[in-house]
Design a protein around this ligand. Sequence first.
Ligand SMILES: Cc1ncc(COP(=O)(O)O)c(C=O)c1O
Length: 460
Amino acid sequence: MKQNVLSKMGQRTAVPPISWLMQTALTRPKLISLAAGFTDNSTLPVEISRQLLNEILRSPTTGQPALQYGITAGETNLRALTAKHLHKLDLQPLSPSSPSSSIKTKLKTRMKGEDVDEKNYSPERVLITGGSQQLLYLTLEALCDEGDIILVEDPTYFVFLSILQSRGIKARGVKLERDGIDLAHLEKVLERLKKSGELRRVKALYLVTYFQNPTGATTSLAKKSAALKLLKKFGRAAGHPLYLLEDAAYRELSFSGRADLPAGQSEQQLRPATPPTALTLPGAAERVIYTGTYSKPYAPGARVGFGILPEPLFTTVQRIKGNHDFGTANLLQQLLAGALASGLYDKHVAKVQKNYARKARVMKSALAEHFPASVEIWESGGGLYFWARLPKGISAGVKSRVFQTALKNDVLYVPGELCYADDPSRAKPDNEMRISFGSASEENIRKGIARLGKVLKKFV
Ligand SMILES: Cc1ncc(COP(=O)(O)O)c(C=O)c1O
């Protein structure tokens, strides 16, 4: 009898939806893609990168190490700069040059008087990877066997679901609200898994905490804290830690910038642009896995990601990365290190934020003009996406008339159903769509939404 030469994983791995979505977008020049999570070409840092690369390659002393293999955990300078950058984002979000005592008090109160563990921001805890996607993959490799369970937001980042599918890891969905997961539902799901004897197979809760892909929702610090407490509690019954896997890929794409102190604004009006990460919470050093990326704020083509992981995961993930590639491309790491150290990174991010804020406004007004009023729109304070929910009973799924008619009319969106895990305990909603303003020009955003609105008016 003929044997299948492929591994179980090889046989199991389905075509990732991302591949055919990208393929469709690339092979139909007239099509307006509001599907891709691509960043905007017009703001990619070509000049800055040329300047920085010239600097790196100006002499053999600086150029040779950059063109050589590096250290598996990442370039030392970039690890230190990344740790400092995260510390700044988490603990100095108000960033007046010398915080007044009342601002300091505010920061303390925000942390409910608990001191933040500064160790979480030490360079030795930072791992640099080939995009945060690699870190997500490595983490699952280190943590999960076939049949293990990861809890995910309902809906969530669909490429993460593809990893789970490929590796035979089960996913269980937790309902999502506009400020993050539904905590009561999280508790219910954990209780149910405890009752069925499956709790020991649960390894982590995966949250995309800032301007979430696909819905744009941002998780409040209060929700992260409550989720971490629940994971701690159920971890005792599981017999091992249940990790909070925080994916902060879109964190720096806030429309309100870094919330620098604007002239004339009183301290009372100050608000951090984004909530701090779960790294600021008590017990984070043992339970929080944090992943971030320089792709979205700087350049996906440089593809440098990073993370902070508790032991024993850090060491294990580092070893597995050693087997994959023994280190992320050194030249690209040096590029990012140069951007961060020179301050050019911060300047660039401010520009990117303004650009996306403007494009989001263009999409918002086009949605208001062209979409039927019965379509519920989730608007975000950052990121690349709007989330649209059609009235119940009207499918926007891959096989639906809405999706197929949209394709015929040369406009593409991501069907929301792709963002729901295969969870047998509930049916997948199919009446939603993710619409991105990331890569399309302002003109194409207007045209694309007008086309989509026309299609929807036929069916809604
Ligand atoms: C939520 C989320 N996490 C992680 C990634 C991976 O990005 P990268 O590998 O470029 O860091 C993406 C990319 O779109 C994303 O949307």
